[in-house]
Write a protein that binds this ligand. Sequence first.
Ligand code: URA
Length: 211
Amino acid sequence: MEWPEHLVNEAKKRIEPYDVEGFVLGKGDDRGRVMIVGEAPGENEAVKGEPFIGRAGDELDKQLDYLGLSREDVYITSVVRSRPYKWVKTNKKGMGGRRRANRKPNQKEIYAHAKLLDYQIEQMKPDIIIALGGVAYERLTGNKGKLSDVVGEAITTSVQKEEDGGYGMSEDEYTVVPLYHPAAVFYNPKIKEDIYRSLDQLKGYLKREGE
Ligand code: URA
């Protein structure tokens, strides 16, 4: 995807005040039908500048495979482009007693990078936007409801975009499909059945729409 330099520079400047590192714009087929929106890069992604290349990425690949998709078919991006971290204690040698751990992005960080996602959506106009996890779902739809109530559903909706110091709604409507974040299974292995049920729903939708 071609990027206006001013947009990238502005986003980098706006995220500066926060505890974040690295910068990842996105990767994949921006002329395809499917955009996948994650939360924010993790450690590996922040170092390499590529989305979903760590443990969550392996899980995402498994789920894409189950859907009959590959990374080449989709465009992968996220709500925030830099890795939000917090300092935690560690006993590991050579670390000086502390290390950086991942954390969820806060609303200010999400807003600092809002124009990047708006731009990508407007450029690509995807048929389907898969929102991976609650942060992506809320950022896109403005809905603060529980992810478990909507997971796997194909929701036709306008999406939030940066406007006048807050958010407005897009003129165009999109189909947003919320899924659990691939990392959810690491924290809660019991969720696996729910994950595959939602993937089956999405698979059915993709098949119907592809015909
Ligand atoms: N989680 C995300 O949301 N994006 C990544 O790139 C990695 C983990």
